[in-house]
Design a protein around this ligand. Structure first.
Ligand SMILES: [Zn+2]
Length: 245
């Protein structure tokens, strides 16, 4: 559940169980794991609102706050999550005064929270994409994947694309989306971008463009043939990238 208004957010995050579930759903998409050893062999201790890892090591107990920006803060998750919700849901940029009024902390504390959250959000957006990443390029003025194969080949490999802007899109399945304007669609340029934005070892899905050949040494590479649009196990054509670019 995602609160839709500030009032809803305040009411929702006032409940510690809601806070816990909200963080768990975002932090551990595939189930809770120990922040220290990453084992999923963990037991929830309801009475203490915490988990205990069943592997042998120090500090086996942890909460949703462990290893996050909230960990060493005396402020409750109700305040942190409401403030985060406000920042994430305000297009014009929220001020520390608004946070101060909404959650009842001093303006100075609100200012500190605001900065900490903004830094954390930057970190989250930065870094390389991982897991399964779809890579696509398109030219502004006509998306290559919607072209007929003949035209597409002419445009892509011929001179047709030279004076158009090439946009490279990266979509992490179930995760982040990025778009970047690139100089050209040469092998050197496209592969440089892949290496810059995608973690080595990740599975990448690209179209048949020759420019991506040679990435196999560092990535699990699957090719999507848009012209045929076949579905082959994990390889499938994408949908949401277009809307994001
Ligand atoms: Zn552990």
């Amino acid at each position: 559940m995602e609160p839709r208004t500030l009032q809803e957010a305040i009411v929702y995050f006032a409940d510690p169980v809601n806070c816990r579930e909200y963080v768990v759903a975002r932090r551990w998409r595939n189930g809770v794991v120990c922040p220290r050893c990453e084992s999923d062999n963990v037991a929830f201790q309801e009475k203490y609102n915490r988990w205990q890892c069943n592997k042998r090591h120090d500090r086996r107990q942890f909460t949703v706050k462990t290893g996050t920006i909230f960990e060493d803060s005396p402020l409750g998750l109700d305040k942190w999550l409401t403030a985060m919700w406000m920042i994430a849901n305000d297009r014009n940029g929220i001020s520390s005064w608004e946070i101060h009024r909404a959650i009842g902390v001093t303006q100075k504390t609100a200012w500190f929270m605001l900065h900490r959250i903004r830094l954390a959000m930057q970190d989250e957006k930065g870094g390389k994409l991982s897991g399964e990443v779809e890579v696509d390029e398109s030219m502004i003025g006509g998306l290559s994947r919607f072209m007929h194969k003949d035209k597409r080949e002419r445009v892509i490999t011929g001179t047709g694309g030279k004076d158009k802007t090439v946009v490279m899109g990266f979509m992490e399945r179930g995760g982040r989306v990025r778009a970047k304007v690139v100089e050209s669609r040469t092998r050197k340029e496209l592969q440089k971008e892949v290496r810059e934005h995608v973690e080595a070892g990740a599975a990448i899905f690209t179209d048949e463009l020759l420019s991506y050949e040679g990435l196999d040494a560092d990535y699990q590479h699957a090719v999507i043939n848009h012209a045929v649009e076949y579905v082959n196990g994990n390889v499938h054509t994408r949908s949401s990238l277009i809307n994001s670019v």
